[in-house]
Each structure stands twice: as C-alpha cells, then as structure tokens.
Design a protein around this ligand. Structure first.
Ligand SMILES: [Fe+2]
Length: 305
C-alpha cells in the first residue's frame, strides 16, 4: 500500500464526558438503541453492532467531547500513521489499550481546531450481534465537528489523515470521506462561531422504515427533534436530528457512496436551507446564511410544536 492511500477505514467511536450518566444512558440506550457492552474504569461502553463500542460515556464535572476515534485497518497502517505524525511534527500520544480501553493500539492527537482525535487498530469484537431492536443500525456513520477555520481543519484531515474531500458548502463546511466510502465520515465547519467541539453524531439505519421507527421512538420519549425529516443536497441522505443531554444525534440513510478508484470531484455548493434540505426548494432566500436559515427553521419548529 502506498503512503498516499494511507487513510482511516471508518469512524469507530465517540467518547463523551457527561454531566449525568443515568440521563445520558437513558438517551443512548432508548432514543438511540445502543446496548451496554461493558462498564470499565468508570466508563460505559455502548455498541450497535459487532464492534465492542460506538459510544463511550464517562461522568464528569467538565462535560464535552473526550475523543473522536477513527479505525485504521492494520497495525502496519497505524505504524505508518505514527511515522507520518512524527515527520509532520504533530504532537501525539501512543499507547496500548486492550485491557483498559478495548482497543489494542492507539495514537491520540488533536486537529488544528483542538478537537481530540484517535487513530486505533484492533478493537475487541463481540461474538454475537446486539439483541434485536425495532430500530436496526448498520453503523455509526459520521460526526460533524466545529472548527473555527474550516479550510485549515480540512487541510489536516486531507493531508495528514489521508481523507478525501466530498463536498463543500461555500467555504463554511467541508465533508470528507474515509475508505469505507460513505459521503462523509467527518464534517468540519464554523457553526455559529464555535471554535471546536462536537456538532452531531450520525447513525445509519438500513432504510426509511427504521428511520421512521426511530423518529416515532424519539417523539414518544419526548426528546426534541431539532431538524425533522429532510434530504441533504451534499450526501443525498434522508434523516432527522434530535437532541439528547450530551449532543445532537442524527439518523439517516441513503448517503452517496464513493469507491476508492472513483473519487468525486468535490463540489462548492451554495449555502441555503435547500442545500441542507432539498425539499425546501423554492422556499428559501439564498442571501441568508445557513446559520440564519437554521435559526429560522428552529423557530418555525418551536412554533409548530
Ligand atoms: Fe450529519
């Protein structure tokens, strides 16, 4: 494998420091139908597939994003990443976490915005799938992170981590994909002026029925739906967003998928609510910023309950 193709395979897991572990667990096991796989060292590990965990929760007086972890396919690739980080002068911590954190080997560092990242290989695999639930999940699909300078953050994910740009919305937000080919495994943008942090995490059900069952569950449990059913222009995915105690979660299916030998030419899409939701075509003002449009949409949702 040539060094130029060095790239994580997929988003692996998100580790969150939370204010109230019981409240967070209620959200992550009911609104998002994850299953506890282990409690270890004060942390709760939650899974939706055969991987040991997709989400890690840890009670803290300082709630926030502890880490976004990206899976690397082989130890040889992880070693190559270690050499690359060293060569580029990126400060990192390397460690072995099999007993303590259920990943064999990791590299931890931060992106230029300060978002804490990890590359790991060989997470413990569970011997059986999770107990079947009404809402199936295929994978944890992407995170979107705040970055005060989206162009600088994008250059890091592209040039240091080997990801490929899928699409931009103006130069406000960039979506990048990893080796698994889904339109974005990571998005970075300057949301409302935030310099860093987690904007949302997305899970991928197999289709519309599972999305709608998830939506019915969220409504019944009373968690706020922050953006209701929509189809994104960049990825073409259909889904909805809802807020838990720690972050916003998204359920969406139908994202564009790229193969390694046919990468896309990234588009520079116009800002506007119909870029966020193509079903808003003809209803939006393109002079408004996306942030303004999102605020207006949230106000409309509040007004209509
Ligand atoms: Fe998303």
């Amino acid at each position: 494998m040539s060094d130029s193709r060095l790239c994580p395979t997929r988003l692996g897991y998100v580790h969150l420091r939370v204010k109230n572990l019981d409240e967070s667990l209620a959200f992550w096991t009911r609104a998002v139908p994850l299953e506890v796989s282990a409690r270890l060292g004060g942390r709760v590990y939650l899974r939706g597939g055969l991987q040991h965990h997709w989400i890690v929760l840890e009670q803290s007086a300082d709630p926030g994003l502890e880490r976004v972890a990206l899976e690397v396919e082989t130890r040889a690739e992880l070693d190559a990443f270690e050499a690359r980080l060293k060569a580029l002068g990126v400060a990192f911590e390397a460690g072995d976490g099999l007993d303590t954190e259920r990943v064999d080997r990791y590299l931890r560092f931060a992106d230029p915005a300060g978002n804490p990242l990890e590359l790991y290989c060989d997470m413990v695999a569970m011997p059986t799938p999770p107990t079947p639930r009404a809402v199936q999940l295929l994978d944890i699909q992407h995170v979107v992170l705040a970055a005060g300078d989206p162009s600088r953050a994008t250059a890091f994910y592209r040039d240091v981590l080997g990801m490929r740009e899928s699409d931009w919305v103006e130069r406000d937000v960039c979506f990048l994909h990893m080796k698994n080919g889904w339109h974005h495994g990571i998005g970075v943008g300057g949301f409302g002026g935030a310099a860093s942090g987690l904007n949302h995490v997305c899970f991928q059900p197999p289709g519309l029925d599972d999305v709608m069952r998830a939506r019915a569950t969220v409504r019944k449990l009373g968690y706020p739906i922050t953006m209701d059913l929509l189809r994104h222009a960049p990825s073409t995915s259909v889904g909805f967003y809802f807020a838990g105690p720690d972050t916003v979660a998204e359920m969406s299916f139908g994202a564009r998928h790229f193969t390694e030998d046919a990468p896309p030419r990234p588009r520079l899409l116009a800002r506007g609510l119909d870029t966020i939701d193509v079903w808003q075509q003809g209803l939006v003002d393109h002079e408004q910023s996306v942030i303004d449009e999102l605020k207006k949409m949230a106000e409309r949702q509040r007004a209509t309950g």
